[in-house]
Design a protein around this ligand. Structure first.
Ligand code: WTA
Length: 651
């Protein structure tokens, strides 16, 4: 540690345990610094070596990197297949009969699937897709519960070069419809339903509702999970198990361009319309595989568990593509962390001997509140590394995670990244980095990050600014699906010449990054990204609502909670009844996870003289119940007083 930064010195740092360092892929800070310096000075050589070492290429690339700002291409001319790298490549090694996926359903059912077996399942299903006429360049929507067949569907698409878009099972029919339409998908892969807290989430019924207005969809393939009632539309809907019967287990992977679109994943932005983040193949897979070693320090004998849902980017990169490309044994769990009791996570850790555990701060905080007795009921001694992702982790939750779950033995990797970055960007390397609770610490090799002001000038130590990335990286998004202009303006024109993350951050005098949260109109609720505008647009579609303004309110468990300010159209409204109805409405328009926690009815919303809603003031009201900032542009001062006094209708 340097002699500078007295304030930071007072915060205790946790050096990596010696026995961890001895066996780690990257040992000690000097090793990290060397790697970092090498990647910074010779990025093409560096990434070329990583890509060659971690992956199998049918044909080698001509150029590691081509940059026509802000459009990047990686490994151009190279031929590769993600499904081949996750499966076939392992079959010629001793991983052939290694378990790829340990799956546990919420009701307690269990499957152990080896690489050999997973390969067979994927080949069979790819042949099903082929026999229905689907091919390279087509697009499929996948809307499934957390069953192994979700990964099978993704890998079968990847095998043939069908670009997939997984839609999180919590999204409503409206949200699903918007994604099918934007992607112009021809194929939907779904299931009858899935289990969540003992209840069946009926997915097929939602698909039916969504597809009423999706003329592009020709085929719907339905996996049977719950055995619940579904209606099948003749000529459009097919049972997975019927099509799969007698399908061949031989299906060669198609050699695809390194830049072939692997998937589109929709995420919330600052407007009402979700953005289709496009990821391609070679660069994406390179960085996913590399971070499995750098960040998770993955070894052959590890049992790795990422608790995310595959419907979010964390599940794409760190349940499916990263771990399988790296040949890991990975746990996949279908249901909720608190079902049937608060010890479900710890029970699973004990049962399968999980050694690497990766989860969200929201889950940690929710389980922490239930007390130490739940983890204490279980033997957690197999754990050697813990991870966190999705939102800032507050030091108190960090300490609990470290002490009660990791027994003080396990380093914690606080990993910062985004749907757009594709892979982890800022994170400790567990055998190298002294940990600072609440800080994601240092950028990984090849990631040039900085904290700057609006002009792009670095703000200096301990000052808050915008987190930016100054050089393209292999797993970066390539564009927004069918909207390159939005891609340019959202990410590359905000601060001149660099990638704008939308996050605020601070760097201390030792170089530790602390990510503070979003600076735009994106909220982070339980690690789910939600757009204030998207919820507002949903609310104003309701016949009673005149205007809506949505802000994030700090919440002890979920990080932020959705708080909606509403003005109503003329009429006699029962506020209590209406707030329940509006919550239901948002669940229907977007998904239950976007439901406002609090609704406040107001006579008017604070606006500027030009008519823009001043969300900043609303944020202050819900955070501090008072307004301290500049209100000189406010049109009607009295509005603020009335809003601040009011209490909302809470769920
Ligand atoms: C936030 C999830 C602080 C951040 C992989 C980012 C974090 C957004 C961290 C992306 C972290 C993610 N510390 N904040 N370790 N990780 N975030 O696209 O605001 O769902 O911009 O990707 O989550 O969310 P997304």
């Amino acid at each position: 540690m340097s002699k500078h930064g007295a304030v930071e010195q007072q915060l205790s740092l946790y050096p990596p345990p010696e026995d961890f360092v001895r066996r780690a892929h990257v040992q000690g800070m000097n090793a990290y610094r060397e790697l970092y310096a090498r990647a910074e000075k010779q990025p093409e050589e560096f990434w070329g070596e990583v890509a060659e070492r971690e992956l199998f290429w049918f044909e080698k690339w001509r150029h590691v990197f081509e940059w026509d700002p802000p459009f990047a291409k990686w490994f151009t001319g190279g031929k590769i297949n993600a499904s081949y790298n996750c499966l076939d490549r392992h079959l010629a090694t001793r991983r052939r009969n290694k378990i790829a996926i340990i799956w546990e359903g919420e009701p307690g059912d269990q499957r152990m699937i080896s690489y050999f077996e997973l390969h067979r399942l994927v080949c069979r299903f790819a042949n099903v897709l082929k026999s229905r006429g689907w091919k390279t360049g087509d697009r499929a929507i996948i809307y499934m519960p957390m069953v192994p067949e979700l990964a099978v569907a993704m890998l079968a698409c990847a095998r043939l070069g069908i670009t997939h878009s997984v839609v999180f099972g919590g999204f409503s029919a409206e949200a699903l419809k918007a994604r099918v339409q934007d992607l112009e998908a021809g194929l939907v892969i779904t299931a009858d339903g899935g289990w969540r807290r003992g209840r069946e989430i009926r997915l097929k019924a939602t698909v039916d509702e969504a597809l009423a207005e999706c003329p592009t969809v020709r085929d719907v393939i339905v996996y049977r999970r719950t055995g619940g009632q579904v209606s099948m539309q003749e000529g459009r809907d097919f049972w997975w198990h019927e099509l799969d019967e007698g399908a061949s287990e031989v299906c060669p992977a198609v050699p695809l361009d390194a830049e072939h679109p692997l998937y589109v994943l929709y995420t919330s932005g600052t407007t009402g319309k979700p953005k289709g983040i496009l990821h391609t193949t070679g660069g994406y897979l390179t960085q996913c595989a590399a971070t499995m070693k750098w960040v998770f320090d993955l070894r052959e004998e590890d049992t790795y568990w990422c608790t995310a849902d595959i419907g979010w980017v964390t599940g794409h990169s760190y349940i499916v593509y990263g771990p399988l490309a790296a040949g890991a044994t990975s746990v996949v769990y279908e249901g909720a962390p608190d079902f049937p009791q608060y010890d479900r996570f710890w029970r699973i850790v004990e049962k399968y001997g999980v050694s690497i555990f990766y989860t969200s701060p929201t889950a940690i905080r929710a389980l922490l509140r239930q007390g130490d007795k739940w983890p204490e009921m279980h033997d957690l001694s197999t754990l050697r590394l813990l991870g966190s992702v999705g939102e800032p982790i507050n030091p108190a939750a960090w300490e609990w995670y470290h002490r009660v779950i990791g027994k003080g033995r396990c380093p914690i990797v606080d990993t910062w990244w985004q749907t757009e970055t594709g892979a982890i960007m800022i994170s400790p390397m567990p055998g190298a980095t002294p940990l600072k609770p609440g800080s994601a610490s240092f950028p990984l090799p090849g990631v040039i990050a900085d904290v700057v002001d609006m002009n792009g000038d670095p703000v200096g130590p301990d000052k808050e600014g915008f987190l930016v990335i100054k050089r393209p990286w292999p797993a970066m998004l390539r564009t927004i699906w069918r909207d390159p202009e939005r891609y340019k303006s959202q990410y590359w024109n905000r601060v001149p010449g660099v990638y704008f993350t939308g996050d605020a951050a601070r760097r201390d005098s030792n170089g530790y990054f602390t990510v503070l949260g979003r600076v735009d109109d994106v909220m982070n609720v339980s690690g789910h990204r939600l757009s204030t505008m998207e919820i507002e647009s949903a609310l104003v579609r309701h016949p009673s609502v005149a205007e809506a303004a949505v802000v994030g309110r700090p919440d002890e468990v979920t990080g932020q909670a959705v708080c909606a300010f509403i003005t109503l159209k003329k009429g006699n409204w029962d506020h209590k009844k209406l707030s329940d109805e509006l919550r239901q409405w948002v669940a229907h328009e977007i998904g239950a996870f976007a439901r406002p926690a609090e609704i406040r009815f107001a006579e008017a919303l604070p606006k500027t003289r030009s008519g823009k809603i001043m969300r900043r003031l609303l944020r202050e009201i819900v955070t501090t119940r008072a307004v301290t900032g500049d209100v000189t542009t406010l049109e009607d001062m009295a509005v603020i007083g009335r809003l601040a006094e009011q209490r909302g209708e809470e769920e």
